[in-house]
Write a protein that binds this ligand. Sequence first.
Ligand SMILES: Nc1ncnc2c1ncn2[C@@H]1O[C@H](COP(=O)(O)OP(=O)(O)OP(=O)(O)O)[C@@H](O)[C@H]1O
Ligand SMILES: [Mg+2]
Length: 381
Amino acid sequence: MARKTTIRNDDEVPDERSDSGMDGGGSGGDKTRAGGSDEDDPEQQRYDDELRPSRLEDVVGQKAVVERLRILLEATRRRKEPLGHLLLDGPPGLGKTTLATVVPRELGTELQITAGPSLSAPKDLLPYLTNAGYGSVLFIDEIHRMPPAVEEFIYPAMEDFRVDITLGDGLNARTINMKLQPFTLIGATTRSGMLTAPLRDRFVNREHLDFYTDEELATIVTRNARKLRTEISPEAAQEIAIRSRGTPRKANNWLRWTRDFADVRANGKITLEVARAALRMKGVDDAGLEEQDRKYLQTIIRVFGGGPAGVQALGHTMNIPADTLEDEVEPFLLREGFIQRTPRGRMITAKAMAHLGVSQKQNPKQPRSGSDNAEQRELFD
Ligand SMILES: Nc1ncnc2c1ncn2[C@@H]1O[C@H](COP(=O)(O)OP(=O)(O)OP(=O)(O)O)[C@@H](O)[C@H]1O
Ligand SMILES: [Mg+2]
């Protein structure tokens, strides 16, 4: 598997706050990243990079997290010691990579980037560790996907800034101890539950990113419209925000789409009507649900009689990996109360039924808690 890395210092990072070069495509075009859940989509990565805040002061929302980071950064600067290892977790598109890249920039240190799936053996990680300068940051995206052998290799590196390298095998095997420069590991994960306790415990700083409010998303949309040199009304920014599932990446993507739509179908200005028409064309409803979300809810209703339904079974039925459902579809539906998670599986809620316009009669089992297994089995006969 190809391993990608970026080693750079502050000077090499284009400052996205400056307006220059935004429309010429010249800003940061050659940045290389091993992404997180967006790793397989280079276009999404390019979009993300273009609109990514570069400084902590440009980061919108996540107030408590940002405040704690400010304190950590200030203490680190004063003490002139490396920052303690930092774990960032939360659903996709909420700013984990953004914060991981902002931190070294604020500290004026180097950044190296890799990702769990690219590290198939300790030898893949070794160059990053030996390259890490004093106080520099090593960012490992999707850290929960590191194989156990790599994870064990990283323990002494995190704790004592050393690695144990075994040379030869059998009777001739020797272990060499190699000292490293004290560095900071920043790990990002959409699945903190999948991290082993020993790895999680080695992160002294842990931050969870949560969904954004509509106001915060509207601020992001308005700022980014300016970056994209597009005129947008406050009502339109609010409309895009409401339909972005609490996620800045979604808000940015809808902003780009409405901008294209406005250029082709209107006079380039994003008004409320233009935003609504553009999002309608993409199948985004008032609650921000898309085709895939509605299909998920409808599958629970139609195939599983309202639930409980296991995520694996839902994935198989919908032909979508269960991981994708867990990472990208369910967190928002749970937060908004469209589904409930019970020990026996996912249950549809009355709110979801009302939203989809499904009457209780069409789905008689839904309101009864501890729903009837015999009835459910009938559905599959
Ligand atoms: N706090 C924020 N303020 C402004 N924009 C943000 C913020 N957080 C994220 N964004 C925008 O959303 C995009 C996606 O964020 P980012 O790539 O950091 O998400 P992520 O948590 O790493 O997602 P994934 O799990 O998919 O890797 C960024 O390019 C940035 O433009
Ligand atoms: Mg990321």
